[in-house]
Structure formats: C-alpha cells, structure tokens
Design a protein around this ligand. Sequence first.
Ligand code: 8YV
Length: 319
Amino acid sequence: VFITRKLPEDVVAPLLAIAEVEMWPHEDMAVPHDVLVKKAKRATAILPMVSDPIDEDVLSAGSALRVVANMGVGYDNIDVAAATRRGILVCNTPDVLTDTTADLTFALLLATARRLVEAAEFLKEGKWKSWSPFLLAGADVHHKTIGIVGMGNIGQAVAKRAKGFDMNILYYNRSRRPEAEGKLGAVYRPFADLLAESDFVVCLTPLTSETRHLFNREAFRQMKKSAIFINAARGAVVDEQALYDALVGGEIAAAGLDVFEHEPVAADHPLVSLPNVVALPHIGSATYETRRAMMTLARDNIIAVLEGRPPLTPVNRVE
Ligand code: 8YV
C-alpha cells in the first residue's frame, strides 16, 4: 500500500496488520509525479490526496494495482475511466465531510459579505482611530437570496444553514433534487436565471468536463453588480481571468474562494491580492475530526478490497 502523505500511526496500524505499507514521509510536501509512478509499480493499493494526479502514467505503471482510495470526496484528480478499463477500483470519502465543508462554505460567505478578514487586519494594523457610519460596512446575509450551483450533499447542507439565516434559496443542478425542494424549500432555477436573481452565488459542483469553466465571462456578466461569488468546490469550475476582470471591473462585488485552478497558489496570485477577495488555502474539510474520518474511510476502503470485500464508498464498478 502506498500512501502519499504521512498519516497518524493509529490510522495506519490496521493496514500494517494485513499489508506492507509505504508512506511518503512528509506531511506538507507533495510526492513528485515521477516518484508516484515509481511507487505505483509495486503497489496493490494507493491512498492519494485530491492534489495527487492519478493519471494514465500512474495507472499503467501499477500492474498489480487493485484500488485507489482517494482522501477526498472529489476525484477529478483520478482518471476514473482509465482505472475502470484496467479493472482498478476507485473510492472517495463522501458524507464524512459534508457538514464540515458546509460550515466552511458558510463561514466564507459570511466573512466575504461582512469583510471579516479586512476588519480584523484593520484593527491589528492599528487603523481604528474613530467611528464612522460606514466604516467597514458590508452586505447583509439574512433574508437575501442564495443561489447554490450543485445541489449534492454539501449543497444541501449549505441550504440548511441558509434556511437558518432566513435566506431565499435557489439552486441549479444537472437533475432536480426533490429532497431539497421539499424539506429545505429550495427552488430550482435554470443556470442563467439563478445568476441573475442571486445575491450570493455559491459554487459546489464537482469538476467534470461539463463544469470546467462553467463560471465564465458570460456567467459573471449575468450576475447582479452587488453579487458575491463563493467557490468551495474546484478552482477549474471558474475561468479565473474572467472572475478577476469581473471583480476589478465592478461586474460583481466580491468573492470568497477556497479553491484555485492550480494549487497551491502564491501570495501574489492576482485573485489573492484583490481587496474584495477572501482567499483560503483549500480548507473546506480541514478539521481534526473530519480529516481523521476521511483518512480512516480511505484506509477502510483499502482494507475491504485487500480482504476481498466490496469497498465501502466506491466511485466505479469493475469486473
Ligand atoms: C480536501 C476536498 O481537498 O474532499 C475533497 O474533495 O477537496 C477537500 O476535502 C481534501 O481533504 C484534501 O485531501
């Protein structure tokens, strides 16, 4: 079993009882791709992070590879079609991170609307000299309209939080979600209508060939000038140059971004340095409890496959 980051001993222990385990020894440094390909040659199972590309090179090197158990719910880093062709199972970590990621998404929405980061920096830099009526004034969240693009588990958990803020909830999804319409009172809208009507546009859709650059120039043009755009899904769902231009040109008011097209990004990334952007380093699921639950589920998917049982949370089916 090859694990692409250093994971806690107690998480790895049950694997050691049934397999030889090799871990990339660094917690905070990615495995270089050529090393990953080399490790794949000997591996029956790989446990990658969502930032590790499991492409044709890795999959074809892994002649004994039976399972790739991603530590993440999104699996756009894995060439699932190529894995399936080779009879390799792919697993992800749904459900265990839903509420945690929804919490962060809503925190980012609040932080962006109420300019929390800017306000905290203002105080730390000793700039609070007097009171003025519109000092660091932001936009209200309560009773506003939120448009959720991608009404899966995380989208619905965000809708639940929005309901608590008395928000009007719109959603767009590939297929209608009756469960969100009934219980949460979310209303379906075609994509263009959602963009035009929402005060907050929240992107929670997986990255696929259909959603790549879904938020393009045209999409930002269709939003209100006061709109706040939040992305807690994948950076590549957004055309970043178009978003930058929309923010600088005043086509939308602000953005809260937890994800970028090419991560990690540097401090001088054009979007990061804008005053009307709250930028985070992809921390949607980053709590101790949830990251442990994710690594444990990824591990248990591997144990199941190595013991000849069906995986717990498979993404594909193989013969
Ligand atoms: C983190 C995520 O990136 O689950 C996903 O798809 O993007 C996030 O949960 C992940 O935890 C990193 O491995």
